[in-house]
Design a binder for this molecule. Structure first.
Ligand code: KIV
Ligand code: ZN
Length: 524
């Protein structure tokens, strides 16, 4: 077995709950954040950036609770370079067994212009804020935001100031995804070689994916001497996203021969957490995404089958099991019982209470009646579709849609809205459009449809469709999902799910107010 030393160890810093959640529409509920943090901790993530405590009461509560529950991971909160942010961050993370404060300021010429600070004024601010953070917490990370577009001499100067003020991790963000692998490696290498005190701290790399090079840039930075990679599950994040955790971890595992650094991640947990993040963020994983995409291991069947049978290594550089992917087995039929369903859910990484199981079982039976074969992915889709505890205000009772080549589609929808039964009929350009119009007639709202996406969960014309809907109203974004063998039903339910979540968000942002008054906007 290969011997490893501590110098071989690369820390994994996951920022799905901060940088990932910042991406428009990826907002997670409090319970979802806690669940994802638990999964990250369990899979061996070294540092979890749990949120930005000053940003909102919700962020503060989530970071505090994640800190209190963490078992192994360091829990980190983000703070801008001011005393108020840092104090609030400390208040949230101090409950953790291993807390960290992460403070940052934009150091490039463009970013210095935002607070209108000269180089000297910013240098003083960095000294003051890192010193303050260090007086509160012995684990401080500092980031010069937009480092890759900061003048070299100034970058060296501010990194030295942060180290002298007590930062133990220096993160070098490529905030706008501008760097390239050779430059990324060189930047870290030169900082380590030229900044006094650099050998006493850990250098981190934080790459965005605007040019599709985030993973390559992160790995190059490690080759240059970085020992912490900042990343998110599925690469979730603003614009083109961040470095994907699963990509850097698996690349280091599979190509240890040329990248001899190891992480502490249990890779068999990757698939499960990827699915959960896709569900709770509403950002579906593209089919051909490396490692976690639905087709990432699809060569197992199809044209490569013969070669695979002779020797899996002909076409496989890693095994599906390495990332926790069990083959999509035929699970159960309509005669399967509740215990078997609970068992299967546990295998797939879901824990369900008795009430949730009861509801799921009813929907499983309905599906098994309609669909010949029920696969693991079907069960996951059922789970996703029915797990929103907040869907109280609006419910679809029944719907009937007429469509075809003869004229506009017609949808008649019966809904229960806060206990009241109401029905409406609307016409539209196709069955989905007609259904959404009928729902809007019953529940008028000004929410703009930002995204409507349909995926078939499994093969075959009787496959379940999972539909994602993203809505925006007054800057508030909510996503809804549903799965059904009937694409139109799944679409209507996903829309209603998104509306319910929007109502919940309204409730949270304006506690005590009449939600209906806020949500029932006049759209005429
Ligand atoms: O991309 C970035 O620069 C960041 C900083 C806050 C570290 O996310
Ligand atoms: Zn970032």
């Amino acid at each position: 077995m290969t011997q490893t030393t501590d110098k071989d160890r690369v820390l994994i810093f996951d920022t799905t709950l901060r940088d990932g959640e910042q991406s428009p529409g990826a907002t997670m509920t409090h319970a979802e954040k806690l669940e994802i943090a638990g999964l990250l901790d369990e899979m061996g993530v070294d540092i979890i950036e749990a949120g930005f405590p000053i940003a909102s009461e919700g962020d503060f509560k989530a970071v505090s609770e994640i800190a209190a529950n963490a078992r192994n991971s360091v829990i980190c909160g983000l703070a801008r370079a001011n005393i108020g942010d840092i104090d609030r961050c400390w208040e949230a993370v101090r409950n953790a067994a291993r807390p960290r404060i992460h403070t940052f300021i934009g150091t490039s010429p463009l970013h210095r212009a935002i607070p209108n600070l000269t180089q000297d004024e910013m240098a003083d601010r960095i000294h003051e804020t890192v010193t303050h953070a260090r007086n509160l917490c012995d684990n401080v990370q500092w980031s010069p935001m937009d480092a890759t577009r900061t003048e070299w001499d100034y970058l060296k100067r501010v990194v030295e100031i942060a180290i002298k003020a007590g930062a133990s991790t220096i993160n070098i963000p490529d905030t706008v995804g501008y760097t390239a692998p050779a430059e990324s490696a060189d930047l870290i290498k030169r900082l380590i070689a030229e900044v006094p005190g650099a050998d006493e701290v850990i250098f981190a790399t934080h790459c965005h994916n605007d040019l599709g090079m985030a993973t390559a840039n992160s790995l190059a930075a490690v080759a240059g001497g970085a020992r912490q990679i900042e990343c998110t599950i599925n690469g979730l994040g603003e614009r083109a996203g961040n470095t994907a955790l699963e990509e850097v971890v698996m690349a280091l595992k599979v190509r240890y021969d040329i990248m001899p650094w190891r992480t502490g991640i249990d890779t068999s947990k990757i698939m499960n957490i990827s699915r959960r993040v896709a569900t709770v963020s509403g950002f579906a994983v593209q089919f051909n995404k490396a490692i976690v995409g639905k087709n990432a291991f699809a060569h197992e069947s199809g044209i490569h089958q013969d070669g695979m049978l002779k020797n899996p290594e002909n076409f496989e550089i890693m095994r599906p099991e390495d990332v926790g992917l069990t083959e999509s087995n035929l699970v159960m039929g309509k005669h399967s019982g509740r215990a078997a369903l609970r068992d299967k859910l546990e295998q797939l990484g879901f824990e369900v209470g008795d009430n949730q199981l009861k509801d799921l079982f009813v929907r499983f039976k309905e599906l098994a009646d309609r669909k010949k074969e029920v696969f693991d992915d079907d069960i996951v889709a059922l789970m996703r579709a029915g797990e929103d505890p907040e869907n109280d205000h609006l419910q679809i009772v029944s719907m009937k849609v007429v469509c075809g080549t003869g004229g506009p589609a017609e949808a008649t929808i019966e809904m229960e809205i806060d206990g009241k039964d109401v029905t409406a009929t609307a016409h539209g350009d196709g069955p989905v459009d007609a259904s959404f119009k009928a729902i809007r007639e019953l529940f008028p709202n000004a929410a703009q449809l930002q995204l409507y996406q349909v995926h078939a969960v499994t093969a075959g014309t009787d496959a379940q469709a999972t539909v994602s809907v993203r809505l925006e109203e007054d800057g508030m974004i909510s996503t809804g999902q549903s799965a059904n063998t009937d694409t139109v039903v799944a679409s209507a339910k996903a829309y209603v799910n998104a509306l319910n979540r929007l109502i919940t968000r309204r409730e949270k942002s304006a506690p005590g107010s009449d939600v209906r008054e806020i949500s029932y906007k006049d759209v005429s």
